[in-house]
Write a protein that binds this ligand. Structure first.
Ligand SMILES: [Zn+2]
Length: 75
């Protein structure tokens, strides 16, 4: 439950004390929040790991292949 609260507060996943963003953005005004590169308190690096989207690529490929097979059978 504490982890969920920390996610909603956008706290650092390592030390859970410092904020991950420099300042919050406003999506209605098309302002994207700016993120720190490292945590100012514990120096944890906020970046995606190599291969972050690798699993999504396989799921997307499977869904596209299934849709294509269904379309070939129907039409
Ligand atoms: Zn931290």
């Amino acid at each position: 439950m504490k982890t969920f609260v920390n996610i909603l507060k956008c706290n650092c996943p390592n030390c859970k004390k410092e904020k991950m963003f420099k300042k919050g953005g406003n999506l209605l005004m098309l302002n994207i929040p700016k993120m720190h590169k490292n945590c100012p308190l514990c120096s944890y690096t906020f970046e995606r790991e190599t291969g972050f989207f690798f699993g999504a690529m396989f799921v997307s490929y499977a869904l596209a292949a299934a849709l294509m097979i269904i379309c070939l059978i129907i039409f």
